[in-house]
Design a protein around this ligand. Structure first.
Ligand code: FMN
Length: 193
């Protein structure tokens, strides 16, 4: 059963600055969404990708309806999700609009393959997903795009690119895992959690 959105009270005491400031604490894995096919392609950097369900394999991403990717995703009914590795910081910056690059120009300087659906997938991404649009829920400034995963490419890379407090951070499974385990697992055990 779908829950019908309620008419919430429109006045709120929460400012955009307060909300943005609070959300800076949320560490996000950095991905690049790709859309379109042939020369009519574009894409964007996102942190809003999340897994929706395993069976069937679906994920969702929240995309600004003014972003150039949004109409292409809707028109073609497909999109790519590329989870960036730590060496792909330049890709993240290009697809976030740095340098004013648009559309197909953002793809230059990296290697891409074409997925079955026609969208470009990034070579060397930690994982890359070919997704068919299942549903788009338009809400406020964004569209929640639900994608059924139709294909997966994976690489052997072990370092992820994350975004935290307004900056990119590399998290290496081999180098950082021991440190992270050191600060988390023993502390939890000590507290008897
Ligand atoms: C780290 C990071 C994460 C982002 N996450 C999102 C996101 O989840 N959804 C979104 O709509 N825009 C997100 N953006 C903004 C888009 O990448 C940016 O607006 C992009 O330029 C939109 O593409 P366009 O210029 O082709 O419209 C993010 C930007 C950065 C730097």
């Amino acid at each position: 059963m779908n829950v019908v959105p309620r008419d919430l009270m429109t006045e709120t005491a929460i400012s955009s600055a307060d909300f943005r400031g609070a959300m800076r604490h949320l560490t996000g894995g950095v991905s690049v969404i790709t859309a379109g096919r042939g020369k009519d392609i574009t894409g964007m950097t996102v942190t809003s990708v999340t897994s929706l369900s395993v069976e069937p394999p679906t994920l969702l991403v929240s995309i600004n309806r003014d972003a150039s990717s949004f109409p292409l995703i809707r028109r073609h009914g497909a999109f790519g999700v590329n989870i960036l590795n730590a060496d792909q910081l330049d890709v993240a910056e290009r697809f976030a609009g740095k340098g004013g690059l648009k559309g197909a120009d953002r793809f230059k300087g990296a290697e891409w393959v074409t997925a079955v659906s026609g969208v470009p997938l990034l070579v060397g991404a930690l994982s890359a997903f070919d997704c068919e649009v299942e549903e788009i829920v338009e809400r406020h400034s964004h569209g929640i795009v639900i994608g059924r995963v139709r294909g997966i490419n994976s690489s052997m890379r072990t370092a992820a690119l994350a975004y935290w407090h307004g900056q990119y951070v590399a998290v290496d499974r081999d180098e950082d895992a021991a440190t992270l385990a050191d600060v988390s697992v023993p502390a939890r055990s000590r507290r008897g959690v």
